[in-house]
Design a protein around this ligand. Structure first.
Ligand SMILES: Cc1ncc(COP(=O)(O)O)c(C=O)c1O
Length: 446
């Protein structure tokens, strides 16, 4: 007889001959994996042999049900299925630097295999403090103003969990990196959206003001911006900063592409007047050092805001892989020539891909930052980005991302496709060759 359930296990009573009594036994309950809206026999009163599923209801939980599978996973899966060249997901198809890998290997060999300090190893704190001082003149204290996380993704999640009460509101710019909205909803908070308008991805400061209410807790800014490649200008950041100061709001900035800026310069929000102690600056090692799979990120913030981030982080992952933190600490001490070479490589790829996309017939502007380019494909006779991406994968052999997945109202993002150019030159050339088979209506088949 089944007595109770604990997660995917059930407790049942079995006869123990040695004890001469019924004893409880813990057993794996496979019905846990059975998705069904049916109620159990006992719940419905039908006891005629129906299986007993006391907690049966549709999975996943209602809180997560609308999320589906991320567009990156889906496009990468389809790319593999159709043998398409993957310009969808934002990871390099080349390896990260040897000196970084060697540092992680050395840490493994030296036996640095136990849990790291919850907030990150001292070496990476010191390296991050030095980096922000050197690059931006920002002073962050190693120890209580730096939190190392499992990628920027965890920093975003822990930050939003750490600062939001249910029904607090967080302002997001759309199109947005998809984990923002999911993180806000999982915290029980409410996302409010301000649209970056194509083709220059500008926004109306009045629209940001209109999005603010008495419940607003934070504004989240991603610069350089995925998927558009926009780099927020100093005056745009100042306008957002002014609102944060006037309304006493927190600013969360996602700056994972901080070292990929081709026009203008990256201005960290925390450098603006009044913003240092109300900004949580998030960034990541993975993009800058072409080792996205290591998932090392961080959040830089005042002790009070760092404490909020850590309140969540300690129960999400607690700590991040120790030897990889040693590798990342070594990476962060790289001199300016590393960053110059990285930027020159990406600038050359950007210029090549943008020129070729324009030649093929896309309406395209060079992105000011990141390693993505958003191109308008409507000249090819398509109106819907998902349909166009499906056509690209199935008939052209190139995978890309449909940006409507990054809008609250997908109808706003239907005319663009996002290509990632963090790929070897030969990968980009092969993709361009395939894309050249596209032709606008009236110039052959499309
Ligand atoms: C804007 C933005 N933020 C965060 C991330 C995730 O960074 P990480 O891999 O360090 O979690 C990405 C990855 O594509 C991104 O584009």
């Amino acid at each position: 007889m089944r007595l109770a359930r604990h997660g995917k296990y059930a407790v049942e009573q079995v006869w123990d001959a040695a004890k001469g009594d019924q004893i409880p036994r813990f057993a794996r309950d496979d019905s846990f994996f059975c998705h069904s809206e049916e109620r159990s026999g006992e719940e419905t009163g039908h006891t005629g042999g129906a299986p007993y599923h006391p907690y049966m209801r549709p999975l996943p939980a209602r809180r997560l049900a609308g999320f589906g599978t991320t567009i990156f996973t889906e496009m990468t899966r389809l790319a593999a299925l159709h043998g398409a060249i993957n310009l969808a997901q934002g990871f390099p198809d080349f390896d990260g630097p040897d000196f970084v890998k060697e540092a992680a290997v050395a840490a493994i060999r030296a036996g640095r295999g136990q849990y790291a300090r919850m907030t990150g190893i001292p070496e990476i704190h010191d390296a991050l403090a030095a980096k922000y001082r050197r690059d931006y003149g920002l002073e962050y204290r190693a120890g209580d103003e730096i939190t190392v996380t499992s990628g920027a993704t965890e920093a975003i999640f822990a930050t939003i969990q750490g600062i939001s009460d249910p029904e607090d509101e967080i302002v997001l710019f759309e199109p947005y990196y998809d984990s923002y909205k999911a993180s806000v909803l999982m915290a029980g908070a409410v996302p409010r959206f301000v649209t970056l308008e194509a083709p220059d991805w500008s926004f109306d400061v009045a629209a940001v003001e209109r999005a603010l209410t008495v419940r607003t807790r934070a504004i989240l800014v991603n610069t350089p911006h995925n998927p558009t490649g926009k780099v927020f200008s100093q005056s745009e950041l100042e306008a957002i900063a002014r609102l944060c100061v006037e309304r006493d709001l927190i600013c969360i900035t996602d700056e994972v592409y901080e070292h990929m800026v081709y026009e203008g310069r990256h201005v960290p929000m925390a450098t603006l007047p009044g913003m240092r102690d109300r900004t949580i600056t998030i960034s990541s090692f993975g993009k800058t050092f072409s080792l996205t799979g290591w998932k090392i990120g961080w959040a830089m913030a005042s002790p009070e805001l760092s404490a909020a981030v850590r309140a969540a982080h300690q129960f999400i992952t607690f700590a991040t892989a120790t030897p990889l933190q040693h590798g990342a600490a070594c990476a962060l001490s790289a001199g300016p020539e590393y960053y110059e070479e990285l930027l020159a490589g990406y600038r050359a790829r950007r210029d090549y891909l943008v020129a070729e996309l324009a030649r093929i017939g896309f309406a395209v502007r060079p992105p000011a930052g990141t390693y993505y380019v958003c191109a308008d494909f409507r000249r090819f006779g398509f109106e819907d980005d998902v349909a166009f991406c499906r056509h690209l994968i199935e008939n052209v052999g190139v995978a890309a991302i449909p940006p409507s997945a990054f809008y609250d109202r997908p109808a706003k993002g239907l005319g663009y496709v996002r290509f990632a150019f963090c790929k070897e030159r030969r990968t980009l050339e092969a993709a361009v060759e395939r894309l050249s088979s596209l032709s606008p209506p009236g110039r052959g088949s499309g």
